[in-house]
Design a protein around this ligand. Structure first.
Ligand code: G1P
Length: 294
């Protein structure tokens, strides 16, 4: 089983300005929780015990969120606010948290490299901090990736999701080879191809499992036009070297919520709010009223 995860959260979130001017995009709420809490809860429920956030300037609220707050707990306890105390139960998440900073933003590959000492000699997971898997983060796919990693003696497993043709240019896209059931070999991978050059419609969906050999590959990658070291290029090197690189096709219930821009943020928020056990039913009525259906 894979026990450690690197969660890169260093990006500026420029596509979500002004909301992200002084707060991390990973702390934006989706229904009642910040995005990053869904991610951490998903990882822990999939067997991850150590989580290392690769942060940057103005990301300290992520650290504060997972810390306990004795003052707040005292006030709520004195006020006998058990329901609110229950909302803080996530502070007891069964994982150890680590934080390190990517001092200069040099791309996703470089951010992952900042976690090299944390990962050590064991296989590890990468979970993008702005992507939630499954409604309320209830996905089991990370555990499946971990299982496949061992079963197939893989060097890398990537969760993929089929996207419409006009969205391939937003993602890393795989060139699939032969496979079986929910997985397929990856022959090659291209970062953000045009719709005409895309080798498939299977997009990298924010969760990767790696053997530590990926760090050597990242070191070999040259910066792109924007000076960024792309993780996708390091995976491409794994493919070229004939390593076993495999895609796990996410099951339909594990829809991937990518909170990188306002339209997808709005959609995710509404979908999660509608599914909220406490407020969902009333919110549905409100939404129907707003849409003029009632
Ligand atoms: C990154 C990766 C890309 C992947 C995407 C998933 O891109 O480089 O391969 O498909 O995340 O969200 P970004 O969204 O950081 O531009």
């Amino acid at each position: 089983m894979i026990r450690s995860a690197i969660v890169p959260v260093a990006g500026h979130g420029t596509r979500l300005l002004p909301a992200t001017k002084s707060q991390p995009k990973e702390m934006l709420p989706v229904a009642r929780k910040p995005i990053v809490q869904y991610v951490a809860e998903e990882l822990v429920s999939n067997g991850i015990e150590n989580i290392c956030f690769i942060t940057g300037r103005s990301k300290t609220s992520i650290e504060d969120h997972f810390d306990s707050d004795p003052e707040l707990t005292r006030v709520l306890t004195e006020g006998k606010k058990q329901d609110l105390l229950d909302e803080l139960k996530f502070e007891e998440l069964a994982a150890k948290f680590y934080y390190t900073r990517q001092r200069v933003q040099r791309g996703l590959g470089d951010a992952i490299l900042c976690g090299e000492n944390f990962a050590g000699e064991s296989p590890f997971l990468v979970a993008l901090g702005d992507s939630i898997l499954g409604i309320n983060g209830l996905s089991r796919s990370v555990a499946r990736m971990s299982e496949l990693f061992v079963e197939l003696r893989a060097t890398c497993i990537i969760a993929v999701e089929e996207v419409p043709e006009d969205e391939v240019h937003h993602y890393g896209i795989i060139d699939p080879g032969e496979g079986e059931g929910d997985w397929t070999r990856i022959r090659n991978i291209v970062e953000k191809p045009s719709k005409d050059s895309a080798p498939s419609r299977y997009a990298v969906a924010g969760r990767y499992a790696f053997s530590p050999i990926i760090f050597d590959m990242i070191r070999r990658v040259l910066p792109d036009k924007r000076g960024e070291i792309q993780l996708t290029n390091a995976i491409q090197l794994l493919c070229e070297e004939g390593k076993r690189v495999v895609a796990l096709k996410l099951p339909p219930q594990d829809k991937r919520y990518d909170i990188g821009n306002f339209p997808s943020y709005f959609e995710t928020f509404v979908e999660f709010a509608l599914a909220d056990p406490l407020y969902g039913a009333d919110f549905r009525v409100t939404l129907e009223r707003l849409l003029g259906r009632k």
